[in-house]
Design a protein around this ligand. Structure first.
Ligand SMILES: Nc1ncnc2c1ncn2[C@@H]1O[C@H](COP(=O)(O)OP(=O)(O)OP(=O)(O)O)[C@@H](O)[C@H]1O
Ligand SMILES: [Mg+2]
Length: 393
């Protein structure tokens, strides 16, 4: 039974193994204050998913720490205990996706070479301008779609789609803008924004490339967003939004094919997001929030699972939080965050959740709340097989 589940750790009271079922799509929240082991726990779950090798795993990594999963955990005090879980210390097959040019983003060809020598596959990721809807192009530049610039940019992107299908570049959008009726000043202002988009180096410049080509089903796919500044244009959110939208569409098609008994080679997908409050925050919109809410609410049927980690559960949008039927809670001390977790509690949870959370101390001590099993279990998360990259220098 445990072999088909994700082994998380041991029950702190009686030492029995605790696992998380993964035969159906899941939505899991990992939370706790800083330094309590959220990213480490996320890594444990990713190792377990990788061991099962059933589904595609995509990790959204805003800190650039997950590539170290390619290396074995060097800490003997940690790995000594792995036999209790029938696991061994090992590195995993890792595919790092880097928005833009990896050599430039990582600051040197020798860095990329060294990572490759260590068995890490590194690929540059560029978005196709057609991966963004006309609305997204306007949102990206914070343009009102009813304002002069917004109307013009919206029309230009739409025109490109009609003329070239999916195969157009930023220059084609610029060419459409030039052809339009309108004030030269407005056209120039849009042109400047498109030039800026060029300079971000996250868009394809030569040809249309199906994003699907870069995800590897057999590896842990890691989207390294640490290489782009969060900044005011929300480029990190944009990259995630485009990937998530694409995967959602592909899995919806695959699900229909499976239901009709037609051949389908696209596996189900687990999306694991560290520091998730940046991508689907409560109280403000971001380019990625809409698709993540959709993923959480409608993604079960097409086989899309979600793992979100955050030190501020209260800062994650409620539409996503309420979908998380499994919550892995590390120590928290902020009242807002207690409240956010308590508000999700169902009737089966007796009083005293805050005091049970307060009792958690060392890293990796958690309370696992499972709405389906109607259980609240204190769990010591198991050691990592691979190297955890979260430490500070
Ligand atoms: N289950 C565990 N077993 C052993 N050590 C752990 C465990 N969980 C976490 N640690 C250790 O605790 C430290 C903090 O872990 P981690 O980086 O995952 O924290 P975090 O909650 O993600 O923090 P932040 O909010 O700053 O990102 C790390 O040095 C890690 O090695
Ligand atoms: Mg972390």
């Amino acid at each position: 039974m445990l072999d088909n589940n994700l082994v998380l750790g041991k029950e702190m009271d009686d030492g029995s193994l605790v696992s998380i079922p993964c035969c159906t799509s899941q939505r899991i929240l990992v939370c706790g204050k800083t330094g309590t082991g959220k990213s480490y726990t996320l890594g444990v779950l990713i190792e377990e998913l990788s061991r099962l090798n059933n589904d595609i795993v995509l990790v959204v990594d805003p800190q650039g720490i997950f590539w170290s999963m390619a290396e074995q955990n060097p800490s003997f005090t940690e790995t000594d205990k792995l036999w209790e879980y029938s696991r061994d210390a090992r590195g995993f097959n890792v595919n790092v996706l880097v928005p833009g040019d990896p050599v430039e983003r990582y600051g040197g060809a020798d860095i990329v070479d060294e990572m490759r020598k260590r068995g890490i596959n590194i690929q540059g990721l560029r978005l196709n301008p057609s991966d963004l809807t006309p609305e997204m192009w306007c949102d990206l530049f914070d343009l009102d779609i009813n304002g002069l610039m917004g109307i013009m940019l919206f029309k230009a992107v739409r025109q490109c789609g009609q003329r070239h299908g999916r195969e157009f570049l930023i220059d084609d959008i610029a060419a459409e803008v030039i052809k339009m009726h309108g004030l030269d000043q407005t056209k120039e202002a849009i042109q400047r924004k498109l030039d800026m988009a060029h300079d971000w180096q996250i868009f394809e410049e030569h040809r249309y490339r199906e994003i699907w080509e870069i995800l590897q089903p057999e590896a842990i796919n890691i989207l390294d967003l640490s290489v782009i500044a969060q900044g005011r244009y929300g480029l990190r959110n944009l990259v995630l939004a485009v990937l998530a939208t694409f995967i959602f569409r592909m899995r919806t098609i695959a699900r229909r094919r499976e239901a009709l008994g037609l051949a389908s080679d696209m596996r189900k997908v687990w999306l694991a997001i560290d520091e998730a409050h940046n991508f689907c925050p409560s109280g403000r919109s971001t380019l990625s929030k809409e698709i993540l809410i959709r993923w959480a609410k409608e993604g079960r049927q097409p086989g899309l699972s979600l793992l979100v980690a955050s030190q501020q559960p209260a800062a994650i949008d409620a539409e996503i939080l309420t979908q998380c039927g499994i919550r892995i809670v590390h120590r928290i001390t902020s009242r807002d965050d207690y409240r956010a977790i308590d508000a999700l509690s169902q009737d089966y949870i007796s009083d005293g959740l805050p005091s049970r959370i307060k009792q958690l101390s060392g890293p990796g001590q958690t309370l696992v709340i499972d709405d389906e099993r109607e259980s609240v279990v204190p769990v010591q998360v198991r050691p990592r097989q691979s190297l955890h990259g979260g430490g500070s220098a």
